[in-house]
Design a protein around this ligand. Structure first.
Ligand code: TIH
Ligand code: FE2
Length: 295
């Protein structure tokens, strides 16, 4: 069980239209006035954005581009050593810039011909039914701000590095993009918040934090591992369990640290057949059935 709402700094708008980004006291940017101002500047157009309008462009500053460069440089050798082949193929095909932050529309233009996915801007947390449901339409919601410069190696809060370097390189692989579409279709079929939460929990332990046995080695395919040059070095030290959907949905855990328990697919086939098949078959009755089987 996991509350995704805790991950994002809430973004609110007053009646007069003024936007506030609420950073928690322990957020690395909490006391950085310039960072706070910048978060508002980036969130406001995303909050006001409506589908059909052009995605707001962000003129990234030199220091933001520097964060992007640092993370890309640190991640490159770690991806080669620790990411699954399917991710590396997607990364090669998408060819993201490594020297500056790309615009969401540029990333969408690259993804379109590869897997049909495109990006919508997110000011902060997108309601779960919208976030997961729109995956069925090939839409991925992406934040546009960057993590704070003082902690580039890991952020508990998804930023554009996580969304684009982690998720979009995966979405550039059609077989993996298909798993995300199936998760979206499962979310669309849910009529209960419990069903939707179950989809979100399984998504968390697969697409966000999944690992895989590949060619005799444990490698990462979860976007949250692939966007953090701190956590990607540590996942082989986690407790690794075989894929178990009931466990994924019932495990209590803490989002502010590296994950101590991860679930490993046995090769790409288990992701594209078993995990995708789980989402393809999922409905509101699935949780009770799996709980019964586990008892
Ligand atoms: N921890 C990831 C990173 O540092 O890139 C970001 C997140 C992934 C999932 C939730 S937050
Ligand atoms: Fe994510």
């Amino acid at each position: 069980m996991f509350d995704e709402g805790q991950l994002y700094s809430p973004v609110t708008a007053d009646e007069d239209g003024s936007v506030t980004v609420h950073l928690a006291d322990d957020h690395p940017g909490a006391k950085d006035e310039e960072y706070r101002r910048r978060r508002v500047e980036i969130a406001a157009p995303a909050l006001a954005w409506q589908p059909g309008e052009p995605v707001p462009r962000v003129e990234y500053t030199d220091s933001e581009n520097e964060i992007w460069r640092t993370v890309c440089r640190e991640l490159a050798p770690k991806h080669e050593r620790l990411a699954i082949r399917g991710f590396l193929e997607g990364k090669e095909a998408l060819g993201l810039p490594t020297d500056h932050v790309p615009q969401l529309d540029e990333v969408s233009a690259g993804l379109g011909p590869l897997s049909g996915f495109r990006l919508h801007p997110a000011a902060g947390l997108v309601p779960l039914d919208v976030f997961y449901g729109s995956l069925a339409d090939g839409v991925f919601h992406s934040t546009q701000y960057l993590r704070h410069a003082s902690q580039p190696l890991y952020t508990p809060e998804p930023d554009i590095i996580h969304e684009v370097v982690g998720h979009c390189n995966l979405l550039a692989n059609p077989a993996i993009a298909q798993v995300k579409r199936r998760a979206g279709e499962a979310a669309r079929r849910c009529e209960t918040p419990e069903g939707l939460q179950y989809v979100a929990d399984v998504f968390w332990f697969t697409i966000e934090f999944g690992v895989m046995h590949e060619d005799g080695e444990l490698r990462a395919y979860g976007a949250g591992l692939l966007s953090s040059y701190g956590e990607i070095e540590e996942f082989r030290g986690a407790e690794i369990r075989p894929v178990d959907f009931h466990q994924m949905a019932t495990l209590a855990y803490d989002i502010s640290h590296y994950q101590p328990i991860l679930f490993a697919c046995d090769g790409m086939g288990e992701l594209t057949d078993r995990v995708a098949g789980f989402f393809a078959d999922f409905d509101d009755d699935t949780p009770a059935r799996l709980a019964h089987e586990a008892a």
